[in-house]
Structure formats: structure tokens, C-alpha cells
Design a protein around this ligand. Structure first.
Ligand SMILES: *[C@@H]1O[C@H](CO)[C@@H](O)[C@H](O)[C@H]1NC(C)=O
Ligand SMILES: *[C@@H]1O[C@H](CO)[C@@H](O)[C@H](O)[C@H]1NC(C)=O
Ligand SMILES: *[C@@H]1O[C@H](CO)[C@@H](O)[C@H](O)[C@H]1NC(C)=O
Ligand SMILES: *[C@@H]1O[C@H](CO)[C@@H](O)[C@H](O)[C@H]1NC(C)=O
Ligand SMILES: *[C@@H]1O[C@H](CO)[C@@H](O)[C@H](O)[C@H]1NC(C)=O
Ligand SMILES: *[C@@H]1O[C@H](CO)[C@@H](O)[C@H](O)[C@H]1NC(C)=O
Ligand SMILES: *[C@@H]1O[C@H](CO)[C@@H](O)[C@H](O)[C@H]1NC(C)=O
Ligand SMILES: *[C@@H]1O[C@H](CO)[C@@H](O)[C@H](O)[C@H]1NC(C)=O
Ligand SMILES: *[C@@H]1O[C@H](CO)[C@@H](O)[C@H](O)[C@H]1NC(C)=O
Ligand SMILES: *[C@@H]1O[C@H](CO)[C@@H](O)[C@H](O)[C@H]1NC(C)=O
Length: 366
């Protein structure tokens, strides 16, 4: 039995001794492809047969770490460290890249500084971006088609977007996904799903990249609303306008009402006080509009002088509104204009407006 065992072991021992010989050592197992998320660490193994002298790790052709058989690993950067696994027949160096960056992506090479003594693999660093559907719920009318937008921002590479409704995959023909690359070499994707919901549906947008253990997802509940419900929702914008307009109109109406009340109250007060004066003012205002005599009419305040002369008018307050103005128009204003134009108006205005005197003359003729 012992002989038999030895007989079986012989080839292994032979192989081991052969690899142990200087001329035959080589890389037994090179690194393998890795895909990691940015910020995490990446690990690569390189197993060499005994007899090796030096092992060099290169990232995109730049040496990042060296292991010397007699010395051990020589680490010059915090980002690149290693672990060693030693046994009688082989040696394994494990390179650890910490805090991987997007630009670490590329070729990882293990070299034993010998012709054909190198092996390589690829590192892919990916970025887990964000995924969102703007609204979490959407209430739609029956038989209406809606577009649901799912937005993936800041990914590397561009994620695969798929959609699910409740728990089943939606056919690719029902959505369109567009990709774009940002300035920071990250990708954005916009997926638009066209949908005519018949029933309440929970829609899920999934974004996947290789480095993610499971796809990122965003959901929206699409509720087929009742006419009343959906009116409230879909016409939200118009209803707010209606409300705004209603408020504006009511406020304006209120202000007008207040002005009206103020005017009425004012009139009453004036009636109580010197209505004659008031009427004279009215007349003067009319005159203003007619003649545009401006300040000259102001001198109508001299009318006050007339108040004591003709008190009967004040007595006729109630009817004054309709009839007396007519009479006053003809009786009172004339002296006004005479006095005003004669006393104050002319000397000043004469030079300014030659038209005024003419008009005044007309009045006096009448
Ligand atoms: C490793 O990645 C490279 C580049 O992505 C690819 O060409 C190669 O086939 C991959 N190797 C394996 C074993 O997957
Ligand atoms: C490298 O090899 C060691 C020892 O066999 C093992 O524990 C480790 O998981 C390996 N690492 C990789 C990235 O394969
Ligand atoms: C690995 O072990 C061998 C002996 O088994 C030793 O000579 C060699 O220096 C060790 N290498 C490392 C890197 O520890
Ligand atoms: C890789 O990107 C980082 C920042 O993300 C930067 O600091 C570093 O210099 C870049 N390395 C190379 C080789 O471009
Ligand atoms: C990817 O990003 C999302 C959102 O930022 C986060 O919820 C998720 O945990 C991330 N996944 C991984 C594996 O880091
Ligand atoms: C999403 O909700 C906002 C208010 O929260 C609304 O203004 C917007 O129109 C909604 N978008 C869709 C597509 O319904
Ligand atoms: C929606 O469409 C179905 C079938 O086309 C029809 O039976 C139903 O009356 C429609 N409902 C409304 C509110 O238009
Ligand atoms: C989807 O799920 C919602 C809530 O779970 C349910 O009300 C609705 O009937 C489902 N729709 C379909 C088409 O299965
Ligand atoms: C969405 O993501 C959450 C955690 O982020 C997970 O629990 C859930 O199962 C995911 N849904 C789908 C449909 O993948
Ligand atoms: C809408 O609501 C009314 C009562 O408000 C109900 O009778 C009707 O069945 C509802 N329709 C749907 C489609 O839910």
C-alpha cells in the first residue's frame, strides 16, 4: 500500500521539483477580470511557481506594486497594497486596489520580469448613479394614455433600463430609452414609458449595471381615477387659475364697493355741509374737462365769496342735485371766470397760453 501511494505521488513530486527548477518557473494562475463600484476595492490574484524572483503589478502599464521573493512586497502607495499566500509549491500575491476611481479602469498585469512571464486581466470601475420617477403617484382618467418618465443620472456605464408592471416585465416596444454622456464622463438615461392604464398599476423602472448586486429601482403608482377624482387632479392647474381669478375679481369687487360706499358717504357729508361749494366744484370740474383751464378753475374757490350772497341755494339741497346745477352753471360760473381771469389768471397765463384768453372770451360772450 505504501509503495502504491508513493507510486501515485511520484508524478506530483516530479512536477513540483521541475517547477522548482529555475528555468521552468512561470505564472500558474493570472488575474481575472473584475468589475467593481467606484469607491470600493478591487482584488486580483497572481500565483507563481516556486523559484520566482520578482513579481510586478502594473495598472494600465504603470507599475503599482512589486514583490521580491527574498524581501516581500514593496508598497509605495496607500491605494495599492497586497496580501501574500505562501505554500511549498507556489506563491500567490493578491493585489488590492483601494478606493477605486473611474480612471482605474483598464488593464491589470502581473509580470515576473521574464519573456512571456506576464498575465493580465481587465478592471472595470462603474458608478452607481441615481434613478427617479418624478411623481410617486399619478391619477389618470380612464382610457387616457400617459407617458411616464424615468430618469437615471450619473452612471458609468449607461445603465440598462427595464420596466415592470406589478411584477411582470413590460415589453421593450412600449418604452424608449435615450442615453447621453455628461461632461464628467458619466452617463444619463431617460426612459419614457407610454401607457394606457386599465387598472391601478405599480410601475417599476429598473436600472442595472454589472457591478450592482441588484438593479436600482424607482416606482410609481398609476391609479385610474374616477371622473371626480381625476378632474380634481388633471385640471389642477386650470382650477388654480380659476381660484386665482375668482380671488382677484372678488378683491377688485370689494374695493369697488368700498369706493362706492366712500363716495356715497362723502356725498351725504357734503350735502350736510356746504353743498353749494360742492356744486361749484362740480361745475369747475366740468369746466376743467371742457376748457382745460386747470389752475384757473382753482380760483373758483373764490366762489366762497358768493356763498353768503345766495343762501337760498343751500336751502334747496335735496333737489339741487338735478336742477340747480343747471341754473348755477349759467349764473355762478360766469362771475368766477370773470373774476379769476381778470384778477389772477390772465397776468400769469397770458404769456403761457394764448389760447386760453380766447376761450374765456367766448364764455363771456355767451
Ligand atoms: C476580460 O475582459 C476583456 C475586456 O473586457 C474581455 O475581452 C475578455 O474576454 C474578458 N475575459 C474573460 C475571461 O472574461
Ligand atoms: C486570491 O487567493 C486567495 C488564496 O487562495 C483567496 O483567499 C482570495 O479570495 C483570492 N482572491 C481573489 C480575488 O480571487
Ligand atoms: C515563501 O515561503 C518560502 C519557503 O516556503 C520562502 O523561502 C519565501 O521567502 C516565502 N516568500 C514570501 C514572500 O513570504
Ligand atoms: C483619476 O481620477 C482621479 C480623480 O477622480 C484623479 O485624482 C487622478 O489623478 C486620475 N488619475 C489619472 C491617472 O488620470
Ligand atoms: C446605489 O445607489 C442607490 C441610490 O443612491 C443606493 O440606494 C444603493 O444602495 C446603491 N447601491 C450600492 C450597491 O451601493
Ligand atoms: C408631478 O407632481 C407635480 C406636483 O407635485 C405636478 O406639478 C406635476 O404635473 C406632476 N407630474 C406629472 C407627470 O403628473
Ligand atoms: C374606455 O374604453 C373602453 C373600451 O375601449 C370602453 O368600453 C369604455 O367605455 C371607455 N371608457 C371611457 C370612460 O371612455
Ligand atoms: C397591480 O397591483 C395593484 C395593487 O397591488 C392591484 O390593485 C392591481 O389590480 C394590479 N394590476 C394588475 C394589472 O395586476
Ligand atoms: C427595489 O429596491 C428595493 C430596495 O432598494 C428592493 O427591496 C425591491 O425588491 C426592489 N424592487 C424590485 C422590483 O426589484
Ligand atoms: C366612480 O364613482 C362613482 C360614485 O362616486 C361610482 O358609482 C362609480 O362606479 C365610480 N367609477 C369608477 C370607474 O370607479
Amino acid at each position: 500500500m505504501e509503495r502504491f501511494q508513493k507510486f501515485i505521488l511520484l508524478p506530483f513530486i516530479l512536477a513540483a521539483s521541475l517547477t522548482g527548477l529555475g528555468f521552468c518557473y512561470s505564472i500558474l494562475n493570472g488575474p481575472t477580470n473584475a468589475t467593481v463600484l467606484a469607491g470600493s476595492e478591487a482584488r486580483f490574484n497572481c500565483t507563481v511557481a516556486n523559484g520566482w524572483a520578482i513579481l510586478i503589478w502594473l495598472l494600465n502599464t504603470n507599475p503599482v506594486l512589486t514583490v521580491i521573493n527574498s524581501h516581500g512586497p514593496i508598497e509605495t502607495s496607500d491605494r495599492f497594497t497586497s496580501q501574500s499566500y505562501n505554500n511549498s509549491q507556489s506563491f500567490t500575491s493578491e493585489l488590492i486596489i483601494h478606493n477605486t476611481q473611474l480612471n482605474d479602469s483598464g488593464r491589470i498585469e502581473c509580470s515576473i520580469q521574464k519573456i512571456d512571464g506576464s498575465s493580465f486581466a481587465f478592471l472595470s470601475v462603474q458608478v452607481n448613479g441615481t434613478l427617479l420617477i418624478k411623481n410617486s403617484t399619478l391619477i389618470v382618467k380612464e382610457n387616457t394614455t400617459v407617458e411616464i418618465v424615468c430618469e437615471a443620472l450619473g452612471w458609468a456605464p449607461a445603465p440598462d433600463i427595464t420596466w415592470m408592471t406589478n411584477d411582470s416585465l413590460i415589453d421593450k416596444s412600449r418604452y424608449v430609452t435615450q442615453q447621453s454622456q455628461g461632461s464628467n464622463s458619466l452617463y444619463n438615461a431617460l426612459s419614457v414609458l407610454t401607457l394606457t392604464p386599465m387598472d391601478t398599476e405599480i410601475l417599476t423602472c429598473l436600472a442595472d449595471i454589472e457591478a450592482l448586486p441588484s438593479p436600482q429601482n424607482a416606482t410609481i403608482a398609476v391609479i385610474v381615477g374616477n371622473s371626480t377624482l381625476e378632474n380634481n387632479y388633471s385640471e389642477d392647474s386650470t382650477s388654480t387659475w380659476v381660484i386665482v381669478l375668482a380671488v382677484v375679481f372678488s378683491v377688485v369687487g370689494f374695493i369697488l364697493l368700498i369706493i362706492l360706499i366712500w363716495v356715497v358717504v362723502r356725498c351725504c357729508c357734503l350735502k350736510k355741509g356746504s353743498t353749494y361749494e360742492n356744486e361749484v366744484r362740480k361745475i369747475s370740474v366740468k369746466k376743467k374737462t371742457d376748457d382745460r383751464l386747470g389752475s384757473r378753475q382753482r380760483s373758483g374757490s373764490e366762489n366762497q365769496g358768493y356763498v353768503p350772497e345766495e343762501p337760498p341755494y343751500t336751502g334747496q339741497i335735496p333737489t339741487v342735485v338735478s336742477l340747480p346745477p343747471m341754473s348755477t352753471k349759467f349764473t355762478v360760473p360766469r362771475p368766477d371766470l370773470h373774476t379769476s381771469s381778470a384778477l389772477k389768471g390772465r397776468p400769469q397765463r397770458h404769456t403761457d397760453y394764448p389760447i386760453n384768453p380766447k376761450k374765456i372770451r367766448n364764455v363771456t360772450h355767451v
